[in-house]
Ligand binder design. Structure first.
Ligand code: RIB
Ligand code: CA
Length: 313
């Protein structure tokens, strides 16, 4: 059983990632959900995390608030993709759950100390501000982190918020640099792979006809979420980014990648947040990330569907 912390900025695709993790009870123990500002401000992402826990019938996983702004820069959000609430497409309400009083940063540090021997895996689905603040506040946590698996970056695919940068890295490039320089084992799921998991029509149909409220609401979330990218890319379906982090933990063998050096652009405004991937090893820079560029997309959707339909409600 892998002990994980999910750091997230829900976001409809984050929601599907959370639901996939909650449905994988035999393989994953979700110690907590830590929220960061990204797709929408922190006050929305934290409430959205509560909504997705309740939608999934999960009341025993604590939710924590982390960073409301990037380390140095002004927050950039993505309401144009996710809507004003960040979970547009549904009318979810929070009934019982509340955010914990402890900060996300202190919670992650406490978990690192508590599970020093067993190790924890951090699943990062948003800007890396919380993770960078943990590594800065208590560098010793690196000994407790088995791996950071993050959705972020892009190289062969270019960027999505600018021609050069993917959103999560763009929002807080200084945080991404701290994480990539930390020496922790890192697996990156960039646009190069998430643009190969385009929402499939039969996947949505299977969610809708399941008769489960959680699956039906998930389909409504995706209907709203994918409209922007379908229009932008002219594709049949929108890229389902964040669940790739969870599916990688469940079925790593459906992914392909390479251990390479990845550097983050933090100086140029033109290429701010660009992930410079030394894919062909043309520099002597030390490899610091397992960079994934391929996936068996049918298998990916099979796993997400199976786990979301495993939810009890
Ligand atoms: O670029 C896609 C990423 O940015 C996803 O994690 C999405 O939820 C947003 O956070
Ligand atoms: Ca996200």
């Amino acid at each position: 059983m892998k002990k994980i912390i999910i750091d997230t900025d829900p976001g409809q695709d984050d929601a599907l990632a959370l639901m996939t993790a909650f449905g994988a009870k035999e393989q994953l123990l979700v110690l907590g959900v830590t929220c960061v500002a990204g797709n929408v401000p922190l006050d929305f992402t934290s409430v959205n995390a509560l909504k997705i826990c309740e939608l999934s019938g999960v009341f025993d996983v604590p939710v924590f608030k982390g960073s409301a702004t990037p380390l140095e820069r002004k927050l950039v959000t993505a309401e144009h993709v996710h809507g004003k609430t960040g979970l547009d497409g549904t009318e979810l309400r929070v009934r019982e759950k509340e955010v914990e009083p402890t900060s996300a940063i202190d919670f992650i540090i406490e978990c690192a100390e508590k599970y020093r021997d067993e190790k924890i895996t951090i699943c990062a689905l948003g800007p890396l501000t919380n993770i960078a603040r943990v590594l800065t506040k208590n560098p010793g946590v690196t000994g407790s982190i088995e791996e950071i698996v993050l959705m972020g970056g892009g190289f062969f695919e270019g960027g999505n918020i600018t021609p050069a940068a993917e959103f999560n890295i763009y929002v807080d490039p200084e945080a991404a640099k701290i994480v990539l320089d930390s020496g922790v084992k890192i697996t990156m799921l960039p646009l190069d792979v998430t643009h190969k998991t385009l929402v499939q029509r039969d996947f949505l149909e299977n969610l809708r006809k399941s008769g489960k409220n959680s699956a039906n609401e998930a389909a409504k979330l995706l209907d709203f979420f994918e409209r922007y990218d379908v229009e932008k890319y002219g594709s049949q379906g929108g890229p389902l980014h964040d669940p790739n982090v969870i599916v990688y933990l469940l079925d790593p063998e459906i992914y392909e990648g390479k251990l390479v050096n990845v550097e983050i652009e933090v100086n140029s405004e033109l290429t701010r947040g660009m992930t410079v991937v030394d894919w062909w090893n043309v520099t002597n820079r030390k490899p610091n990330a397992y960079y994934i560029n391929n996936v068996k997309d049918d298998k990916f959707f099979e796993v997400v569907l199976n786990k979301v339909l495993s939810l009890e409600i």
